[in-house]
Ligand binder design. Structure first.
Ligand code: ADP
Length: 462
């Protein structure tokens, strides 16, 4: 592994910064520091942790422009979206600063009059986090905030493509007064650092956002030390447009869900399942809107869709488009791209495909790109069956104006997050997370602090 990691802007190919990478030995030392710091951090009062987190939140909001520019430079997403990410991510810190004060226990009626039973909650211990590049800022705060609020210490290994936001967040945390050993950043090879985390008995919890195959490796490798696990893995979101849907609303929300971050989020609508009676109108409106999106460098004004992160991501997207077209899909808009291997810059034009069917890879794999495939249905149970026909279960969307139909669909969908007439259901106040192979555990809401807490009970004899 080289000593330095150079971070490149995916929109221009320019090097942004070179930073030192950590070896396995460095990471072991970081774990030691985290373990030692846990002894004091876990004993601080909830009020103290809350006020430090609140200060961190305020510093992030004060520095939102600088943080957003960094996100756009290392990830490529348009600047306005990056500001949105910073504020969304900061919202988790504010939320968990408040939740720190509400880590309640219970007293339970004992089996005899001569006993009392008291249930308390305490921090699980040092936590290691591994995060992806698609939200270089918010995927860190969503994990660090509940961990710190609960009294855990925290080590973060950000994605190789986007480590600079992690450092920027950590600097502000230290400025807020959070001790340096309580929140550490390590940079380097995912598998190597992942193995140090999973094999250490001192790390009591792994929290991961990323691909399902890597999540499975982390779970297997954590078995020997029986760690707590939170896994936020892949998605393959269906979006159902029923015959009575408000089509203008459905188009607007599909645009927001599908093309945000150039389609590179785990909750992006991945399969548009549209009633045959409204398909032509929906497809026409969606294609017209998609064609209006401006692709380019996210730091330029008016750009709606930035580059895709790297060649691996680009090859997958283009492979799915080509496979679909070879098997009979029709390109309604887009289908083109701008590839510069020398600079490492890849842009995909927002694409809408019709005549899609289940023989095509795009119906079985997460796309992670700005491509919207449309399939049709005639009976709602057929649409639900198709929607659930995947090992994933993160987010699902549907559009109907009929409440009986809506309740029925929502109860049949095997997904952790449901957007009914809503393409952007994610919120700090809500428990984000998936079913099936999309993961374990929830982030946000009152549930979000649970994975960082142990339960202990004491039986007192009188
Ligand atoms: P993607 O394919 O979208 O980059 P990954 O799951 O490969 O998703 O990456 C998400 C995060 O997981 C990154 O921080 C990456 O460094 C890390 N990672 C990749 N491989 C491993 C591994 N074998 N063990 C632990 N972490 C890994």
């Amino acid at each position: 592994m080289p000593e330095q990691l150079t971070v490149y802007n995916p929109a221009t190919g320019e090097a942004i910064e070179s930073i030192p990478q950590q070896t396995a030995e460095d990471v072991e030392k970081a774990i030691e520091r985290s373990h030692k710091a846990f002894q004091s951090w876990s004993k601080t009062s909830a009020g103290e942790r809350a006020s430090l987190l609140k200060k961190w939140y305020e510093l992030i909001v004060e520095n939102k422009e600088e943080l957003a520019e960094l996100i756009t430079k290392e990830n490529g997403k348009p600047y306005e979206e990056a500001v949105g990410e910073v504020l969304y991510g900061a919202g988790y810190i504010e939320w968990f600063a408040e939740e720190a004060k509400r880590i309640y226990g219970r007293t339970v009626p004992a089996p005899t009059t001569g006993k009392r039973i008291v249930v308390t909650r305490q921090a699980v211990g040092p936590v290691a986090a591994i995060t992806p590049w698609n939200f270089p800022n918010a995927m860190i705060t969503r994990k660090a905030a509940p961990a710190l609020a609960a009294g855990c210490t925290f080590i973060i290994k950000p994605a190789e493509d986007t480590p600079l936001s992690a450092y920027a967040l950590a600097r502000l945390a230290f400025e807020a007064g959070i001790p340096e050993d309580v929140l550490q950043v390590v940079i380097g090879d995912g598998a190597e650092i992942g193995n140090v985390f999973t094999s250490s008995p001192k790390i009591r919890k792994i929290t991961f956002t990323g691909s399902t195959p890597v999540g499975k490796i982390l779970m297997k490798n954590s078995a020997d030390t029986v760690k707590h696990m939170s896994m936020e893995l892949g998605g393959h979101a269906p979006l159902i447009v029923d015959e009575d849907a408000d089509l203008d609303l459905a188009v607007a929300q599909t645009m927001a869900s599908k093309f945000r971050n150039a389609g590179q989020t785990c909750v992006c609508a991945n399969r548009l399942i549209v009633h045959e009676s409204v398909k032509d109108e929906f497809a026409k409106k969606l294609s017209e809107e998609a064609a209006k999106l401006k692709v380019g460098n996210g730091l330029e004004k008016g750009v709606n869709v930035g580059p895709v992160i790297n060649k691996k991501g680009f090859d997958k997207i283009v492979g799915q488009i080509n496979d679909a077209v070879e098997k009979g899909a029709k390109v309604l808009t887009g289908g083109t791209y701008d590839q510069n291997d020398e600079k490492g810059c890849y842009f995909v034009t927002p694409t809408v495909l019709s005549n899609v069917d289940t023989s095509m890879n795009i119906m079985h794999e997460e796309t992670f790109g700005p491509v919207a495939p449309i399939v049709t249905f005639s009976d709602i149970d057929e649409a639900i069956k198709l929607a659930n026909d995947t090992p994933f279960g993160l987010a699902a969307y549907f559009f109907t104006e009929n409440y009986r139909r809506g309740i029925y669909i929502s109860e049949q969908l095997e997904y952790g997050i449901i957007g009914w007439n809503d393409g952007g259901p994610s919120a700090v106040q809500a428990p984000f997370g998936g079913m099936k192979e999309s993961g374990i555990g929830r982030e946000g809401g009152t549930e979000g602090i649970e994975p960082y807490l142990e339960t202990k009970y004491m039986s007192i004899g009188l």
